[in-house]
Design a protein around this ligand. Structure first.
Ligand code: MSP
Length: 544
């Protein structure tokens, strides 16, 4: 093997990397990423897979930076709607939960989700955590008993005020019914004595937190929405239901006539995942608070208002970021079972492959605005980006006719004018990608990579390496041309690992990149040492 000396100094300085623009939380060695915990009243659909894949891609991105990462996911199993779903299926609630929870776990396996903890709200250690948080809220004086009147939506497990509901005519029955404006779900008038949480005391502190931490709620449209809710005034929150109305839930400690409100129960799962209530043996305590909490736009209120307020009340640290994505629609309409426009995630993973589906979801998923789901688009992305750009570049630049000795070359120590553009683009891709990823602009982040690959394919074609290979005196030029193609593949491969872990493992193996050299820092540098290509079975992106 030959080690290359320093490149031409002026060229090197010209293309030198800028100091890493690492955001604040990347300075830690630990990171904690969460998904919502999923209701078990129905089997998983593509929207659930989206929240989970997004979180797993972020988890792996932290790992790419060499961090130790905790990722929690799980199932939300208490509440009236789960109880009703179990009844409908003639099953005991816990048997029903066991069954559906298992399907969410299977989806994680099917989609290569490397969670570190799967929380079920019916688990003993979770119940302990909820009891502890309740005790803290009570002890600190934020809970009181009071009469509660309001509109309750079972589907949302949420109370609404009179301004948050309106009357509509039910499409099927023609009856006039009351629904929540925000979610469109049926509400019913309820009056009961229950426990209330002094949410009204937290408006100013919540606004201060949001303003002091501009990235605490992203994207901006969600942040503005949350601020407008807070500015409109926060009423105290009912945090228990009468046991006579809801018994499928965690009893209020020392007051078993009441059941803890499902959202207080569910939100606690993020604490449970770190071993709360912590003691000296809790090895994951330091992971709290979460760095990124992925949620859908429908549950922002719970995560960006109730959850931080509970934490403030219990004197616990607040999450660093709530990442609220928009929804997938199908045929531009909200996915719903009754409309029959719900995509089965298991089927699509089987039909299109795990990594292409993950890539499609993260690349095209609507973050600020809803995105329309289409299996055709998965195939288009597969053909255009994966097969025609990345797969093609890998195939042509590792062809035996060009790379006859199977050794990945290093470039000569001068920079040819014909390579200047490529050299600069390859040098900048990792930083550009990372910055966009950190800003949670995933589509823009991947565009940097695929633009680089498209230019690398053009650079390859323009330089006609097949002609260079015929002339022994052009050996060094051939090496330089191949060097840029192979570097584009390697850097793309490293940066795409979080979203396509299996395919990128194969790609990097084919390129002979050792496991220790697959970190973000390796994508910021050109290869300086020759290495042999590796072997993989078959083509990286065969025809679908
Ligand atoms: N159980 C609560 C969350 C409690 S977290 C402490 C819940 N569960 S859910 O199963 O209804 O939804 C879970 C996630 O799936 C939410 O983030 C929601 O936004 C997401 N999706 C459900 N349908 C969706 C789409 N059609 N598109 C994208 N995501 C959507 O809410």
């Amino acid at each position: 093997m030959r080690v290359l000396g320093l490149w031409n100094v002026s060229k090197q300085a010209q293309f030198a990397f800028k100091p890493t623009l690492i955001s604040k939380h990347l300075n830690h060695t630990k990171a904690f990423v969460t998904t919502p915990i999923y209701y078990v009243n129905a089997v998983p659909h593509i929207g659930h897979l989206y929240s989970t894949v997004l979180a797993d891609t972020i988890r792996r991105h932290y790992a790419l930076h060499g961090k130790q990462v905790l990722m929690s996911t799980g199932t939300d199993e208490h509440g009236l709607k789960i109880q009703q779903a179990a009844d409908k299926n003639n099953m005991k609630p816990i048997e029903f939960c066991d069954k559906v929870s298992e399907s969410f776990k299977s989806l994680c396996e099917a989609a290569d989700i490397g969670y570190t903890s799967f929380e079920r709200t019916t688990n003993k250690h979770h119940i302990l955590a909820v009891n502890e948080l309740w005790d803290q809220l009570l002890k600190k004086g934020y809970l009181y008993k009071g009469k509660h009147e309001g509109w309750y939506a079972v589907s949302d497990e949420a109370f609404y005020t009179k301004n948050q509901v309106h009357e509509v005519v039910d499409e099927k029955s023609g009856e006039k019914v009351m629904v929540a404006i925000e979610s469109g779900q049926r509400v019913e008038w309820t009056v009961e004595e229950n426990y209330k949480f002094k949410l009204s005391a937290f408006g100013d502190r919540l606004l201060e937190w949001i303003d002091a931490n501009p990235k605490s709620i992203v994207p901006n449209n969600r942040k503005n929405e949350v601020k407008s809710w807070i500015n409109a005034g926060l009423a105290d929150l009912s945090v228990s239901r009468l046991r006579s109305r809801l018994d499928w839930g965690i009893p209020v400690p020392n007051d078993p006539d009441h059941t803890i409100y499902v959202w207080l129960d569910a939100l606690t799962n993020y604490l449970t995942a770190t071993g709360y209530p912590w003691n000296k043996d809790s090895k994951n305590k330091d992971f709290f608070p979460p760095d990124v909490q992925v949620v859908g736009k429908d549950i922002v209120r719970f995560h960006a208002i109730y959850w931080p307020a509970f934490l403030m009340a219990a004197e616990l640290p607040l999450p660093k970021q709530i990442l609220a994505h928009a929804h997938w629609t199908m045929g531009k309409q909200k996915m719903s079972k009754s409309r029959g426009n719900v995509a089965d995630p298991f089927q699509v993973l089987k039909d299109c492959g795990v990594d292409p589906v993950r890539y499609y979801l993260v690349r095209d998923g609507g973050l600020a605005d809803d995105g329309d789901y289409s299996e055709d688009m998965i195939r288009t992305r597969y053909k255009k980006d994966l097969a025609s750009q990345l797969g093609n570049l890998l195939n042509r630049s590792t062809a035996k006719t060009l790379l006859s000795d199977g050794i990945v070359p290093i470039k000569s120590d001068t920079l040819d004018d014909r390579d200047e553009f490529m050299h600069k683009e390859i040098s900048e891709t990792a930083e550009n990608f990372d910055k966009a990823f950190e800003e949670r602009e995933f589509s823009r982040a991947y565009t940097y990579i695929f633009d680089m690959l498209s230019h690398a394919n053009k650079h390859f074609a323009d330089n006609e390496p097949w002609n260079l290979a015929k002339k022994p005196e052009e050996k060094q030029r051939l090496n330089d041309v191949l060097f840029y193609s192979l570097e584009a593949c390697r850097i793309a491969g490293i940066l795409l690992q979080p979203v396509m872990p299996t395919k990128m493992d194969s790609l990097l193996t084919r390129l002979g990149v050792s496991e220790n050299d697959r970190y973000f820092k390796n994508a910021k540098e050109f290869t300086k040492v020759e290495r042999p290509l590796g072997e993989i079975d078959g083509v990286l992106f065969p025809r679908l």
